[in-house]
Design a protein around this ligand. Sequence first.
Ligand SMILES: [Zn+2]
Length: 534
Amino acid sequence: MKLVRNRYKGVVFFGEPGSGKSTAANLLSKKIENSKLLEASLVLKYALCLNRLPKTKEQFITDADDSYKNDFIDREKARKIFLELTRKYSKTIVAESMNAIVDRKYSDRFVIIAGARALDAAKYYKLHNFLVVYLECKNCDLVERLKGRNKSDRGAREEIKHEDDIYQTKKIKKVADLVLDSSELVSESIAREILKYLQEKQVVECKRCINSNLNPAVSFDKKGHCNICQFYLENFDVKALGKEFEEFLKMKNRNEKYDVMVGISGGKDSTAILYTALELGFRPLAFTFDSGYYPGHTFGRAKEVAKKFSVDYQMINIQPYIRDLDRKCYGEMAEMYDEPESLELRQRFLNLYQEGRKHYSIKCKHMMPFVRTCQLCRRTVIRAYYAEALRNKVRVVILGVNEWAGLSGAELGSGKISAIRKLKPYKNKPAVYVVHLPFLLQRTIEDTKKILKNIGWEEPKGEDLVESNSNSCLIALAAETKAKNMLGFHPDTTRLAREVTVGFLTKDEAKRALKKIHTSKHSVRDVLKKARLI
Ligand SMILES: [Zn+2]
């Protein structure tokens, strides 16, 4: 059987002595193509080879290797060095070293680890995307099996108890992904059950976009389309969008100095869109919102772009639009991102990620830590679009974001999927329309590239044409690694997936952007503090 290695790096077996871990691991490795079988004791063997243990844990982990093919070590010797290592470095030193070896040397293989021990190790492996299998076995069967290994009845019982005292083996059952009864099942059946489980958990990607079943909010139809693509394919109506475009052109207002505000970041999409707005005959006021956590270069670049097109430009501080309760959310967010990674935190991230999707409306007063800042930021910016538009006597805000949805402005074109969002928070005040122009024009990245070439725009060094939010938001940048580790998928997957759904990007372009690793010197808390939001 061939396995794609993206949900699980491999399988780790746990169980009491005599539960058949090694036999099952061996058999499983023969059934999986391109798998690599490793024995966790290799870390102990490696340690025994050393004259002196390195000073730091990091050094030990970096150097630990599976090429030290030492002789067999007995359980007693293994326990002794295990205790020494755990005392000196950490409780999970063996698991940490194994994980590092796997990442360093076997990242393209499906790894099967035998001989792993201890509850903390099981949690560590699980947290680092190994499937944790626990082989359960009746005590009398364990004793019989150990007796077959030249132990006396008493010796066997002591062995079992001793192992459980040191490693808390029985408790692993509770954290395991899969518990199998090795009293009942022969190794062949155990391997088969594991393969069945792995097959069920294979990562399935949407046929059209990059959403996958790693995201608990995504579901699929029979044709293999995710729920977002399904909605899009069922409801997209090009005629309605054409009608919307006509309505949009009528929004020009010759009585005021500007008829639209165009949000620009100095990036490719908004630059091309500002150009297009001028081409369409609008008289724009370009602007950039300053929330305190956008990279400093944003404003310089945006200003440059506005200057290039001889368009007036405003940098607008939107902190006055951030409510106290939103600030509290930022505080909770900082606290959550301070937490060390654990299985509990993973569950919290997954729950809050889904919860956050329900609370992004501007009227929402729900207080919670958000996994994705965008959900929280959105509450503020929409409020700011409305107020700033009125302040500048404009009724239309154009964005270079390729967003679409069953937006409330859909009435304009009568289609269910719309590029325009109508904001009308007060009965006695006029409406403001937020127009996602790339979608309205059904623009692809190729179209954008052509425009940029025409106007002589070049992407800044080290940046790609398609980027995740980490490139434009310092909170997203600081949160990226932890969010990705805890969710099991990149937090911007859904955003880029939507652009794939509509054909703006290809799957590969979106995936490349998500694969790019950004490192932040600052924590989420640092960024929020610097922005004076907490
Ligand atoms: Zn899809």
